[in-house]
Design a protein around this ligand. Sequence first.
Ligand code: ATR
Length: 513
Amino acid sequence: MAKNCLCLTGNTIKQNVDILNKYRKYADLAELRVDCLDGDERLHIRRFPELAGVPVILTVRRDIDGGYFTSGEGARLKLLANGLAYANADSRLNFAYVDIEEDFNAPSLEEAARTFGTRIIRSCHDLKGELEDIPAKIKSMKRAGDEIVKVAVSVKSTRDVLNVFRASDTFIKQDKILICMGHYGLYSRILAERFGSFLTYSCALSEDITPGASGQMDVRELSELYHFKKITKDTKIYGVIGNPLKSSVSPWFFNTIFNLENADCVYAPFPVTNINDFMNLADEMNIQGLSITVPYKETVLPYIDEKSEVVESIGACNTMYRKGDAWYGDNTDYAGFSTSLLNFLNRKNLKKMKITIVGAGGVSRAVAAEIYKMGGKALILNRTVHKAASIASRYNFRWGGLDRQGIELMSKYNDIIVQTTSVGMEGYDVSDPLELYEFSGNESVMDLIYTPPQTPFLKRAASAGCKILNGYDMVIRQACLQYANFFDREIPKTHLSQINSLGVNGWDRTLSS
Ligand code: ATR
């Protein structure tokens, strides 16, 4: 099973030991990145395996390979030799592994390593992502029988990830480390076992140290959110595709449920650059189910063999799952929104309700369709007025801009206000999209954003006395419907109440409390 290797990039031996002690329970082994140590500290590396108490990789990474070492090959050889010197008969007191780049020629060092049972990791770092034939590379790198071959590629696209994944099936008997560095390779680190990798590198991101390489995941997140150690070749894979993949509650939601159910499943984030390449990867990895987010809800349609009624009529899909070899597509956004809104209002429909929808993007289109279906009458206000008009005219709704004129129209459409824009979301524009509107306190106000739990808009509504709801309830409802699609059963109520009591990304909160 793939091991979790905690990459130690602290400036001092003590800092590294402290970090290792803090996260020891997650780490199968550690990598001492000597290139990150302060000059004087490098004199004391020989004692590190004894201090660590777990198998340690000795690494002095050059800047040209993505590390921080700039002092030349002579100095590097000396450091590596110091680390391996005075080998102890008790192998736990020696470095268990030494990372030697494929172009680093040091036969006497290799000889010394082999004599005392230090395994060589023969590594290649393709920072430009130019490596085409990875199997050929693996073949050319291996020198002796017990070596581990490491190929780390900077991936800029899903095609690059696919290329690395396809290499996992070659040289099956050879221990190898295959890493996709960078944002688009994120899931290769979680699914290291499936990528045929001997280990994955993680780091202690919350300790305010530099990650050892681009895309390395936080050691605790990898262990507590993705339950890395439980992932085997048989684990069923689910996940969410999007680009850029905004912060999403789905990995937390599904992995928490899987853990509560003791299900052999994992749910990973899949940042995707090309839907066709990803669907090939999904087939080759035997992915069982997917949540689909921006911008793939429409482009995914040609890959679906059987569509639900709602996908047929709307032309957008947010859920895919396997029925035998075929992909089935559904859309749970719509039902998620309407059940959340009706529950909030304690109503069965929206007859006689006058509603303002703020925004006219993709989400607004779904919201307008549902409001129409539930019998409501709406006014759509948007910064770009023609987009509001285009949606509103389909349902005989009214429309306007977010200006004085538009706001005046709201006096007849203010039983309910639904905010669908990204304004106020963490990491986006933090202003209030409806700042010209004065709440009377009688409106029921729903903002589809849930990070932060209260946007400036929602806060203002609450302080005027309005009844408010954020988008968390809707997101959980649509995720529950996705779960029902994936597994053909409802989520047990006890699990759901545990999820709800934790709140957004509760895994982090449980651990830090
Ligand atoms: P989504 O799929 O999440 O709805 P979208 O289709 O990009 O995303 O739509 C974003 C919505 O937020 C649009 O209504 C957009 O207004 P425009 O159509 O005028 O672009 C709205 N929006 C984004 N930033 C905004 C801002 N700073 N002020 C007002 N509206 C904004």
